[in-house]
Design a binder for this molecule. Structure first.
Ligand code: UN1
Length: 512
């Protein structure tokens, strides 16, 4: 059995020592260097976990070169055989789930259950990718020419650059990597500077998987460093696809740089996800769904619920129930069993949270729960999740604040609710709580939610990996994870084969 920190002992626990033990059990050895430029910290108590050496732009050159060389070899391996590498990664993740989940908790501040859930999400995408490795199929298409056959094939693309955020430090890498690997690509990963240890751990596991199945270990690489390292990756013409997850601000920097070299991007950026609560809603269920989506991961999911749009007839009732639920939320160390709200990632997140609360109340909002700094573990950033009842949807409501901050807006009819719903720049996830089939279907229809994800009677967060994940508008338009998202990691060729002895031309053209 691996040792799991359940941390009744959290105040006494040597978090740094635990992280080191976990890294060693995951096969990452001791990656720390005393004079490293990169400082790894835990949001639980702000303590330093160790220092790492930063890669430079010159390292990017070499790393992409190694990945490119590995790709040239990997693309010749049959896809179902490539699937065995991902199957092995999934096995290692199962074996080390507790340890990797605990490391996610230590480095990203997630509660134990959510750290484990994130690793489960990795296992799930590995399973999906292994199946896909036998299903990367194209079409056979009817041709207008006799004695001809037309088909399309999906072929490996090249080196995929993955840029990921702190809040899902390992799952988002795995969504991209599991698919990219079965598609025959190599991956170069630039993780968030806030979650480097989990990246090192994933890389160590993948290396072990590659060694076990005899795959080229260089198909997966990690770059540690600041924005200039990511920038060098983004600008590298040997990287045909950049898959970037993070803020809309980051995406607006990345997209034009990749476009300038006519590369492809897969963007999964900010959300400002809402739940419409209709008069017929099952309010008990709605309250549970709302609280999980608004408060889970301390409001630091791109899918977190940030706006409730509730019918005026049940506004007061819902607000009272939410207030009651928020009053009992256990806030504290994410390692402590029973905690539901862990820390924010850093001091800047607390500043953004309190500034947004101040702005919203200045705009006429009424603070009905939380909104201030909470007791937690000394050195960490703990806040009390806020609910603000808003008279209208002002600019601060339309902005994504990455913290547990929920705005409540009242509506009179569904048209107004949908207008409020779609009035924001982001378009990731959405939901409606209703028992009325007309409302539910309208919400999911062309005139309903404009988001990439539209749910009924569940909140906007917590998607399974089987569906395509991503959103529209300023969320960036990309789709990751399930369904046919794999196609983004491949190139399509259309093949026309003439098996006749004639040379008929398309469109009836006569030539000589
Ligand atoms: C993210 O916040 O970047 O749907 C991803 C969810 C998770 C993934 C969130 N499965 O909430």
């Amino acid at each position: 059995m691996t040792e799991v920190i359940t941390a009744a002992d959290v105040s006494a626990v040597d978090i740094s020592g635990k992280a080191r033990d976990i890294l060693s059990r995951l096969g990452a050895g001791d990656p720390f260097v005393a004079d490293g430029e990169l400082v790894c910290t835990s949001p639980i108590d702000g303590s330093e976990l160790g220092r790492l050496r930063a890669d430079t732009a010159a390292d990017v050159e070499a790393v992409v070169g190694r990945a490119q060389a590995a790709f040239l070899q990997w693309r010749t391996v049959p896809a179902p055989v490539r699937g065995q590498l991902v199957r092995e990664l999934g096995e290692l993740l199962r074996e080390h789930k507790d340890d990797l989940g605990a490391l996610v908790s230590i480095e990203a501040g997630k509660i134990v259950s959510e750290g484990l859930g994130e690793v489960q999400e990795m296992i799930d995408i590995c399973d999906l990718a292994v199946g896909l490795s036998r299903q990367l199929h194209g079409l056979t298409i009817a041709t207008e020419r006799p004695g001809h056959r037309m088909m399309e094939q999906w072929l490996p693309l090249g080196v995929v650059g993955v840029i990921s955020a702190f809040n899902f430090p390992v799952a988002v890498w795995s969504w991209n990597t599991a698919l990219a690997l079965v598609c025959g690509d190599a991956v170069v990963w630039k993780p968030s500077e806030k979650t480097l240890l989990t990246a090192i751990a994933c890389q160590a596991l993948l290396r072990q998987a590659a060694e076990r199945v005899g795959a080229p270990v260089d198909v997966s690489q990690v770059l540690l460093g600041a924005a200039e390292v990511g920038g060098a990756l983004v600008d590298d013409p040997r990287v045909p696809l950049i898959s970037a997850t993070g803020s809309t601000r980051m995406g607006k920097q990345v997209a034009p740089r990749v476009a300038a070299r006519l590369g492809r991007t897969l963007l999964e950026l900010g959300g400002n996800n809402a739940a419409i609560v209709a008069p017929s809603a099952d309010l008990d269920l709605a309250v549970r769904g709302i609280v999980f989506s608004a408060v889970g991961t301390a409001g630091q999911r791109c899918t977190s619920l940030r706006r409730v749009i509730v019918h005026e007839s049940i506004h007061d009732d819902l607000l009272a129930r939410l207030q009651a639920a928020y009053a009992t939320l256990p806030i504290g160390s994410p390692l402590e069993p029973g905690t539901l709200v862990g820390p924010l990632i850093d001091a800047a997140a607390t500043t953004a949270f309190t500034a947004a609360v101040a702005r919203a109340t200045a705009d006429g909002g009424t603070l009905v729960a939380g909104g201030d700094v909470a007791d937690g573990v000394a050195g960490g950033q703990y806040v009390r999740p806020a609910i603000i009842d808003m008279p209208q949807q002002t600019d601060i409501v339309k902005a994504e604040t990455f913290a547990p901050l929920l705005y409540v807006l009242a509506y009179r009819d569904l048209d107004e609710a949908l207008e409020l719903h779609n009035e924001v720049a982001q378009g990731l996830s959405s939901s409606i709580f209703t028992l009325n089939v007309r409302e539910a279907e309208t919400f999911m229809s062309a005139v309903g939610s404009d988001c990439g994800i539209a749910n009924v009677n569940i909140g906007p967060s917590g998607a399974e990996i089987g569906g395509a994940f991503g959103g529209e508008k300023e969320t960036g338009g990309g789709r990751e994870s399930g369904s046919d998202a794999w196609r983004a990691y491949m190139r399509r060729t259309t093949n026309t084969v003439n098996y006749s002895s004639e040379l008929p031309l398309a469109q009836g053209v006569e030539f000589g």
